[in-house]
Structure formats: structure tokens, C-alpha cells
Write a protein that binds this ligand. Sequence first.
Ligand code: SF4
Length: 310
Amino acid sequence: MDSFIDVPERLALKGVSRRDFMKFCGLMATVLGLPMSFVPKIAHAVAKRPPVVWLHFAECTGCTESFIRSTHPWAADIILDTIDLAYHETIMAAAGDQAEEILEKTVKDNKGKFICIAEGAIPTKDKGVYGKIHGKTFLEIGNHVCKNALATIAVGNCACSGGVAAAKPNPTECKSVAEAIGIKTVNLEGCPPNADNMVATVVHFLLFGKMPAVDDLGRPLFAYGYLIHDNCPRRGHYENEEFVQEFGDEGAAKGWCLLKVGCAGPKTYHNCPKIKWNQGTNWPIEAGHPCIGCSEPKFWDEMAPFYVAK
Ligand code: SF4
């Protein structure tokens, strides 16, 4: 196991300062709702570097993009240094047979010890023939890898509840990872999910030796424990019945409530108002875009049509 000293030293080689590393640990404490006294413990915990296998199924790779691009500039370096990312088709250097050998070896050598992160839904019609990698169906890959993992974290609406791949008419009978394989997953809902929540889930595991507490949909309570509506900066306008009636009107310019242009904040659980996006600078509602409920199961069917009052 690497020591705490090794982490900042390794990161320094990548241009990430000790100060940025401690800022990252503070960010993780904030996301997890822990007091700042946990910051040194987080700094030690992330030295453990668990093996992680990241699987892609039926999806658009937007969750990976969210993970590696939209966070603090130094966080991607810290995250990729924190975990031992053994297999990830988008960013790994290996390809073809070599990549699949790495996957097999990681699963075999770390049976019951590695974390699987799964992105995308799994087609189940006709024995899953509509999604294959290296001659194996997603169904076969999921059964093999997820069932040998210590835990599986489903990232994104597709992996957690089927997403756009399972939206009507769902011709390939796509299902969530949990439903297709018959396992329990920790579900980081969102289209895409917030990278800070993804990392915080792994950090929670390293810190406490277990996955975070979840709601009845498998979503970590630290991130999905309260309604967007209850923490929305436009909530005062909602109470005063000051609503945007159409995009570009006077109410929009004044930052009024977006309910009448389809905001799904009153029925969507997510910590967007708290941690925001793009380095914590902003998030859709603050930017004038109604919440479309992307962290709720089957939102493509349940929340559509978007942009109209429900
Ligand atoms: S903008 Fe949406 S989340 Fe915010 S107060 Fe209005 S309805 Fe609620």
C-alpha cells in the first residue's frame, strides 16, 4: 500500500500541488457532508488505490466525459491517481486483445476485491446480441465482471435505470445493470452524473470500508437525499408565485421560478444546488434552464415533454 507521503509526491510529478490535493480532500468532505476534521483522514484514505474496472455498455460515453473533463482542472489527475484504473476503454492505452487480457487478469487477480464502475444500459433481447465487445455480449461481460467485483457502482441514468437506451419503444429491451444481471448496485443517477459525486462515493468506500447509505433506488443519500426544489435559489420566487412564462421574458431576466417552463425540480432528488457543475461555478437552474429530472429513473419517458408546465 502506498503511504500518504507518496500521494502528494506522485501528484507533484503531474503538476498538482499539495495545496490542490488538500483542496480536493476538502471538496470530498463537503460533498460527503463530513466535517473538515475528516480532511486529513481522506488524505490518508485515498492512498489505498483500489483496483477499478470501468465497463461501457449501451451509452453515449457522456458519463466518462463528465468524469474526466468537467471537474476542477487538477481533480482528474488526483482521481486517476487515487484509483488504480485497470480497465477503461475510453482512456486506456491498450486496445483489442491486449485490453481484454488486462480485464481478464484484473478480474482473476482481484476477485472480490476490485470496484466495478458500470456505464450504460444492457440490452437483453435475443440473449443480449445487440451489444458486444470482443465477441462477448454486454450481458456476458456484466455477469462475469460485476459478479466478481467487491461492489458495482452504476454511473448515469442508463446504467442505473435504463436511460435513453431503455426509453420507449426500447427495441433491444435495455435494462439497468442491476436488473439485467440480478445484482445490487450503488446508483449514481444523472445524465450525466456529477463527477464530484462519483469520486466521493469511491472516497467514502476508502474512508469507511463500505459504500455510502442509499435510498430505496440505490442512490447515495449524501447526493440524492433531498429535492432540488428545497435548495433552489429561485425558491423564493416560487413562493411569491413569480414564474417565467416563456424563455426570454421579463421573468427570465429577473431570475424567477422556472416551473411554468417545465422545471422538474419539485420531483427530482439531487445535490446540484449544493455542489453545482463546471468547477462549482454554476448549474442548469442558476443558468436559466429548467431541471429536466435527469437523476430520476426513466426520466426520458416520465419527465417528457420537456420545457412545458406539467
Ligand atoms: S426553478 Fe424549479 S426547483 Fe427552483 S423553485 Fe422553481 S420549480 Fe423549484
